[in-house]
Write a protein that binds this ligand. Structure first.
Ligand code: TA6
Length: 314
């Protein structure tokens, strides 16, 4: 292992579940559980946790971990024949010991490669063969990047179609003081009104009640401004046209057994997703979906590009 990569530690987490801890030279870190290929921690170089994980989260299959970055695949939400948000988030992933070459250099990053393939049971509920490779990397500045490479390995030449989301739970100081920029004036499907379509108003989005919206064809950059923290999360996405914004607020919070009654005040989900137009993939070339998260300790929304045009959707 090259010197940069000594900061990759394989160890046991809660309930003895396998996890990988990435540490970056300047002090930022991230934790990924093989259960769900699930990032459960991302800390900046002051050791401050940037992701929300519920104090009541259950780290035990088949329950998905409440918080961090669950991966919704091959189905987002409850629309479809599968369980809510698909099954990737409650399967045990493996370390990918022989990943194909990565398109862009990650030489200065600390990273881990995970892989998920269907079990015989999975093929019974979703009759497709695939390889889902996930690279989780931590950049020199503490940026967290998730890159998914999904390949259809059906031997019968059949394509498959899926929806997808990085269901990120951001830790915020007070959700009623947070603003989201980048989704103004866009159309969205309201999950609280049978996915009826509406158009968002022209100002930054603020929160005073339950929200569950799927914003369509959004910009690749979205900012979450946390005034109290004097910080801005910058979310960049590639290959994922939509963005979901969710906060259960008080009533739904009380109804969730793996979520604290008041925890809704300190989290906001902003999810890079492909929901409106499912992705169809023929056997062969993989499709990429990138998510890059950065936390800028300033109010000013800074634009640093991680954009890459790499979509092979047929
Ligand atoms: O992403 C928003 C959403 O689809 C909401 O409708 C809500 O159900 C949330 O996900 C959490 O879903 P979960 O299955 O993790 O309880």
């Amino acid at each position: 292992m090259s010197s940069e990569r000594v900061s990759v530690e394989h160890c046991k987490g809660i309930n003895g579940l396998d996890k990988v801890v990435l540490r970056e030279i300047r002090g930022s870190s991230a934790e990924v559980y093989l259960y769900g290929g699930h990032v459960t921690s991302w800390k900046n170089d002051h050791g401050e946790e940037l992701l929300f994980v519920s104090s009541k989260a259950i780290f035990k299959p088949p329950k998905a971990i409440r918080g961090g970055i669950p991966i919704c695949f091959p189905q987002f939400g409850g629309v479809g024949s599968l369980e809510q948000h698909g099954f990737a988030r409650n399967r045990i992933w493996s370390i990918d010991t022989d990943p194909p070459p990565f398109p862009s250099s990650t030489s200065n990053k600390t990273y881990v490669d995970l892989i998920l393939k269907p079990s015989e049971e999975d093929v019974k509920i979703w009759p497709h063969c695939y390889e889902f490779r996930l690279r989780v990397s931590l950049g020199p500045g503490g940026d967290l990047m998730l890159t998914s490479r999904i390949r259809n390995t059906n031997t019968d030449g059949k394509p498959f179609t899926f929806t997808f989301a990085y269901h990120t739970y951001f830790s915020v100081s007070d959700v009623s003081e947070v603003r989201v920029e980048g989704l103004e004036t866009l159309d969205y499907l309201d999950n609280l009104q049978d996915r009826e379509r509406f158009t968002e108003q022209g100002d930054a989005i603020t929160f005073e009640s339950e929200v569950d919206k799927i914003y369509l064809s959004t910009p690749t950059k979205i900012a979450i401004l946390d005034h109290e923290k004097k910080g801005t999360f910058v979310l960049k996405k590639d290959g994922l046209p939509d963005a979901v914004v969710w906060n259960p607020w008080d009533r739904k919070a009380k109804a969730m057994t793996d979520f604290g009654d008041d925890e809704y005040k300190h989290m906001l989900c902003v999810e890079a997703a492909a929901v409106e137009k499912p992705i169809t993939l023929k056997p062969g070339t993989p499709v990429f979906s990138d998510l890059c998260l950065a936390m800028n300790s300033s109010h000013f929304f800074s634009i640093t590009g991680y954009l890459k045009s790499r979509t092979f959707i047929k």
